[in-house]
Each structure stands twice: as C-alpha cells, then as structure tokens.
Design a protein around this ligand. Sequence first.
Ligand SMILES: [Fe+2]
Length: 234
Amino acid sequence: MIDFHSHILPGIDDGSKNTQMSLAMIEEEKKQGVHTIVATPHFYADEDSVERFLKRRAHSYERLQEEAEKNNVELPKMYLGAEVYYFSGIGQASMIPELCIQGTGILLLEMPFTQWTSDMLDNVRALVNRPNMKVVLAHIERFYDFQKRKEVWDEIMDLPIYRQMNAGPFLNWKKRRKCLKLLKQQGEVLLGSDCHNLDGRKPNLALGRAVIAEKLGQEYLNRTDALEKRLFES
Ligand SMILES: [Fe+2]
C-alpha cells in the first residue's frame, strides 16, 4: 500500500508536531500495511519561497531519519513531495518542477475551496500540458460541494489528470455514500490518508480501503494499486 498524501514530516506544517509524533504515525502506517509513504507538506506560494521550503523539508526529513535510527525504527520507503496550493499563474510558474515528488514529474495540487473558475481551468490545463508533468488533484471530494456550477469541474476532470481521494471520508457515515458515488463516477483514483497527527486526522488508509473493498470489491483497490505503481514507474 502506498499512502499518497501525508503530513507526516515533523515540524514543517500543520501536520506532525515533532519527530516522536512522526515515528508513532509511521509505526501506525506500517501496522496497517503501508510500505511507501509520500510526504506532502503544504506549500503556499504567497507565504514561502521554494528554496526555503525545500531546505525546511530536507532538514525535517534528516531529523526524522536521525530519530528513527536512535529508536531502531525502520522507515518505510519515503518520497519527498509537496501539497502545492493553487495560485493564479501556477500554470506558467517556473518553480513547479522543483515541487514535484522527488525524482518524478508528479505534482500534488490542492485546488481552492471555492467555485472553480475558467482561469483555474486554464492554469490546470497549462500544468497538464507541460512535458513530463503528471498532475494529481488532491482530495477531490473536498471541492465537490463548492462547485454549484459544474462546468469547470467537468472540464478539469476531463483533462488527463490523476485524482486523489482521502481515506477519512469513507469512514464517516455522513460522507461515505457521496464519496463512493464520486469514486465510481471518477473511475480510478489514488488514495491517501492525508494524516496530520495521531487523533483527529490519524493514519487511516487501511480502514478506508476496507470500506471501499466492501462496497466496490477488492478488484477496485487492485486497480488503484496498479495505477499508483504505474505512476511512479513511468
Ligand atoms: Fe493534505
């Protein structure tokens, strides 16, 4: 299992507060059968420079590695990435490749929590059209209700993009039905825990997947796993 979306690196965003918390989160991920974690701390272009962000991320990961060694914890395979919040002009922004998941052209993009506009569509399209870039839209289920007019949503979903969904909403009986419907509608998606801590937003990928397996069948998850593998290999 790959956890495609996590805030598990210590002290870098609103996720894990320190190395001890990160190690406990990692132990929980391993217990659930996660062998690969994509670390995706928030990146906000209006608050941070890419250079500073990458330095902070490297430092945070180093501290995690040191702490793991001290505590005899074997870290799972980790990819360093970012959850990049949308900004106008992102389609042409030259620093975007540096924010892709390390060693890949995969960009985890967090769209605005508003009605999406045609300007957003143009920017996402420009990103998708860049050579070697694969755009993954983070937790699509969180934006759906903001789209009172679905035209831009539909056009963005028709682009050759990848969609990511969080495990959490599948565990919430109020949100489950809607999310399953969206999942069926969107076909293959990537799954992530979007874990931030050990209580309200803890690692929960296995639990979410169990709900999906029960409702849509294990075959659906096999396709998800194959898609995730393909994405990293291509
Ligand atoms: Fe996130």
